[in-house]
Design a protein around this ligand. Structure first.
Ligand code: GDP
Ligand code: MG
Length: 596
């Protein structure tokens, strides 16, 4: 297949608008998968794993398609186009993954639900594709629905994206209506890959994953030249050289072809030991040749961090193992070890890391990386609030926190509550417009800290589920931040320290202290719970002493009952974390997560 006969494209959509269903229909239409194969959407195979918390991946498939050949043509039985569908995750947190998938495409199908219309992730995905200069084919899907209103969606596409509504395809991935126009539009409108066949090999590493039997499998896009089995390839990022042991296409399973030509997308197995060697965005080339590396794409950001500790300290090895497996399978994950005086050894991990770990863990209040500037001009980034110890020699002169630009789309009758929510969360309004006569688009600058805890749920609940939300990272902004300590009997609990905005400190301190009071059992001595900023106590509760004896209630000789009670008490103890002499139940930590 010469590059002119190749098309590389993605499907992008707001969640649930039908991306996976449409992808499946296209794979069926081209005979890549069998119709009604009874399995969940093929490209969602990995999505299921994603939900189980194993991996976060974009998946790719190659299809062969006949187009524009006359019936009596000699090539009658041959496909004449090779189409690579590069799947992208639809979730709001994965815009980085979307942009890395788009790096191998020349065009996208922008799927919009005919009843729901344009939503926040439609807008976000549109801009990712637009900024990459890709051809955008609007697809208005679910036209079979009784509430479908393609005319309204066309108007939105025109007003928001300045796309010609006449170019929109109308489909139902459910009934099959209109699907016959999709691949012809891909071929007619999306340019073929621009690489040079006679130049030395340059290929982009799109993704990698670890297979127990085959080792590290890399997804690659061959930009220039060709790649053959037996070739020696080098990495621009690491200078390591590998021998190509196997190369082929995903059709949709790994199908060895022995070679990948210019413009093709496929897989390479080359004896890499760990996915850490496979840097996503890296350029691979023939060893000993000299090439200019391709522009990669921006590295994964993990802006939201949370501490992670085994509930039972002796489980640290198991947690360590689980985290090793995660990082082995996704080089983009960032995790570092840390030690808390209250919780023992644990980790600080990027929040996009899901939890695949059997035993119970304690997850600390999510934090974002704050920046503190000192009188001497030095700046430190603080990931873990406990690390910000007050240093009398160094005076903090300014604090900064990361912000995001949020896009929210919702029916106009909810304008009031949405504005209230955003201003409570310290948002700054940037844009307010109607995308049609019923729906409003608002843009806000919000501190990242304010959206990581429960913002989306809150937004959904005040708009009866109608709001959609997406955000992109923006720069650091100066902010009036303070460190809020929680003290038990005068001793700070580092895992409960948070950094909060000064205006919210009083309320948050009060709430944390009240919550804790509910969760900590009375003990044989009095317990004081305090919230403090530096040496200033801003909230205080006490738990009066009580002698707790579970056996007190059962006099008499029933030994088994006594033993059961004692065992139950022991079980309960296991879930406790002892700070000084105070036991804190694990539930307290999860409850504290909800305070912001
Ligand atoms: P994704 O989140 O964009 O991948 O969306 P899915 O492909 O998972 O589809 C979301 C839901 O919409 C599923 O229940 C699909 O069966 C349904 N769906 C997809 N396409 C259509 C369509 O054209 N018409 C109707 N009525 N339902 C559809
Ligand atoms: Mg899907």
């Amino acid at each position: 297949f010469p590059p002119e006969r190749i098309r590389n494209f993605s499907i992008i959509a707001h969640v649930d608008h039908g991306k996976s269903t449409l992808a499946d229909r296209l794979l069926e239409l081209t005979g890549t998968i069998k119709k009604g194969h009874g399995q969940p959407q093929y490209l969602d195979k990995l999505q299921v794993e994603r939900e189980r918390g194993i991996t976060v991946k974009a998946q790719t498939a190659t299809m062969f398609y006949r187009y524009g050949i006359k019936e009596d043509d000699a090539m009658e039985n041959l496909s004449n186009y090779l189409l690579n569908l590069i799947d992208t995750p639809g979730h709001v947190d994965f815009s980085y993954e979307v942009s890395r998938s788009l790096a191998a495409c020349q065009g996208v199908l922008l799927v919009v639900d005919a009843a729901q219309g344009v939503q926040a992730q439609t807008v976000a995905n549109f801009y990712l594709a637009f900024e990459s200069n890709l051809t955008i084919i609007p697809v208005i899907n679910k036209i079979d629905q009784p509430t479908a209103d393609p005319v309204r969606v066309k108007a939105q596409i025109k007003s928001l994206f300045d796309l010609d509504p006449a170019d929109a395809l109308l489909t139902s991935a459910k009934t099959g209506q209109g699907l016959e126009h999709v691949l012809p539009a891909v071929i007619d409108r999306i340019p073929s890959p621009p690489g040079k066949c006679d130049s030395p090999l340059r290929m982009l590493l799109l993704d990698s994953y670890y297979d127990e039997y085959k080792g590290v499998i890399c997804h690659v896009a061959v930009v220039d030249g060709a790649l053959r089995k037996g070739d020696k390839i080098a990495s621009s990022a690491t200078d390591h050289v590998y021998e190509v042991l196997d190369v082929g296409i995903m059709h949709p399973e790994l199908t060895p072809t022995g070679v990948l030509f210019t413009g093709q997308v496929g897989y390479v197995i080359s004896g890499m030991r760990s996915t850490k060697e496979a840097r996503v965005g890296d350029t691979l080339y023939q060893a000993k040749s000299t090439v200019v590396p391709l522009p990669g794409f921006k590295p994964a950001k993990h802006m939201v961090f949370s501490g992670l500790y085994p509930a039972d300290g002796s489980d640290f090895d198991a947690l360590n193992h689980a985290i090793d497996r995660l990082t082995c399978n996704d080089a983009g994950v960032s995790v570092s070890k840390e030690t808390s005086t209250a919780l023992g050894m644990g980790f600080r991990y990027g929040l996009s890391v899901p939890q695949e770990y059997g035993a119970k863990v304690i997850s600390t209040v999510p934090t974002v990386p704050y920046m503190f500037e000192y009188a001497d001009g030095s700046k430190v980034q603080v990931q873990n609030p406990a690390a910000l110890t007050s240093n009398p020699g160094k005076r903090v002169t300014a604090c900064y926190e990361p912000s995001v630009i949020a896009t929210i789309i919702f029916p106009s009758e909810y304008v009031g509550p949405v504005i209230t929510l955003c201003s409570e969360r310290r948002g700054e309004p940037l844009e307010y417009s109607f995308i049609d006569c019923q729906r409003v688009l608002m843009k806000y600058r919000l501190p990242l800290r304010e959206i990581v805890v429960d913002f989306y749920n809150e937004l959904k609940s005040i708009t009866s589920g109608y709001a959609s939300f997406d955000y992109e990272d923006a720069e650091y902004q100066q902010s009036d931040l303070v460190k809020l300590d929680i003290l038990l009997n005068g001793q700070p609990v580092d895992a409960m320290a948070t950094i909060v905005h000064n205006l919210k400190a009083q309320r948050v301190g009060r709430e944390l202290v009240e919550k804790l009071k509910k969760f900590i059992d009375r003990q044989m001595f009095e317990i004081t719970i305090q919230a403090a900023i530096g040496s200033k106590v801003i909230a205080r509760e006490t738990i009066s002493p009580l002698r707790k004896n579970v056996l007190a209630k059962c006099y008499g000789g029933d030994v088994t009952r006594k033993r059961k009670l004692l065992e139950k008490q022991k079980e309960g103890k296991k879930r406790m974390k002892r700070v000084g002499s105070v036991d804190i139940p694990q539930e307290a930590f999860s409850e504290l997560l909800k305070v912001s």
